[in-house]
Design a protein around this ligand. Structure first.
Ligand code: E4P
Length: 219
C-alpha cells in the first residue's frame, strides 16, 4: 500500500517527503483554506516537492466546468496532476471526458459501493472512499474500502482505491488489511505512525548505557 499525505501545508508536505515515504498527495478546498494561501500557490509548491500524483479539487457545478478546470490544472504538470472530481452524475461525465483526454482523475466523496462501481466504470484513475466520515455516522467505512477493492480486483479494473478521511494509525493498518492500494494520511497521523513508547525507552536506555562505557571504549 502506497502512502500519500492528505494536506495542503507545504511545510508538512516537505517534512514528510524528507522521510522518504511519500508517494503522492491529496488536497481539498478545506485543507487549502487552512493554509491561508491561494489554491494555485499551494498546488504549485506541492508539485515541486511531491514525487507522485497530486490531487487537486475541481469545484464547478457541472461537467463542462470540471473538465475546463481539469485541463487547466493538468497544464501545470500533466504527469502528476490528478483532478479530484466529486461523485455525482456531472462528476461521472467529467471523469469520462478527462479520461478521454488522458488526464488522471480521483473520484472523491465516495460513500457507497454503487458510487465506487460507477466511478470505476466512468474511467476514474483513483476513487476515494471517505472512511472516517462514514464511521462518524455509524457505518463501517473500512467495509466500503474492502468492497471496492474486491470489485476492482475481481473484474481486473485499473482504478486504484485511496482510503481517505483517515483519522488515526489503526485506520491505516485496517486500510492495508482491506487491500487499499493507497492510504492518504494527515500529517499528524503520519507522525503518530512512527512513534512507539518502547522505541523511545529503548533509545534512552541505549544512550544511558553508551554514556557509562569509559570514553576510550566508546569508539
Ligand atoms: C481526501 O482526499 C480528503 O481530502 C480527506 O481525506 C478528507 O478527510 P476528512 O474527512 O478528515 O476531511
Amino acid at each position: 500500500m502506497k502512502l500519500f499525505i492528505d494536506s495542503a501545508d507545504i511545510g508538512e508536505i516537505r517534512e514528510a517527503a524528507g522521510w522518504g515515504i511519500l508517494e503522492g498527495c491529496t488536497t481539498n478546498p478545506s485543507l487549502v483554506r487552512k493554509t491561508g494561501r491561494s489554491f494555485r500557490d499551494c498546488v504549485t509548491d506541492i508539485l515541486a516537492v511531491v514525487d507522485g500524483p497530486v490531487s487537486v479539487e475541481a469545484v464547478s457545478p457541472d461537467a463542462e466546468g470540471m473538465v475546463r478546470e481539469g485541463e487547466d490544472w493538468a497544464k501545470l504538470d500533466p504527469e502528476k496532476v490528478t483532478v479530484k472530481i466529486p461523485m455525482g452524475l456531472e462528476g461521472l461525465k467529467a471523469i469520462r471526458a478527462l479520461a478521454e483526454r488522458n488526464i488522471k482523475t480521483n473520484c472523491t466523496l465516495v460513500f457507497s459501493p454503487t458510487q465506487a462501481m460507477l466511478a470505476c466504470r466512468a474511467g476514474a484513475s483513483f476513487i476515494s472512499p471517505f472512511v472516517g466520515r462514514l464511521d462518524d455516522i455509524g457505518h463501517d467505512g473500512m467495509e466500503l474500502v474492502a468492497d471496492a477493492v474486491e470489485f476492482i480486483d475481481g473484474y481486473g479494473l485499473e482504478t486504484e482505491v485511496i482510503a481517505a478521511s483517515l483519522r488515526h494509525p489503526l485506520h491505516v493498518i485496517e486500510a492495508a488489511r482491506a487491500g487499499a492500494h493507497i492510504s492518504t494520511i494527515p500529517f499528524k497521523v503520519l507522525k503518530m505512525m512512527a512513534v512507539h513508547p518502547l522505541t523511545e525507552a529503548g533509545i534512552r536506555k541505549f544512550n544511558e548505557d553508551f554514556a557509562q562505557i569509559p570514553a576510550a571504549g566508546r569508539q
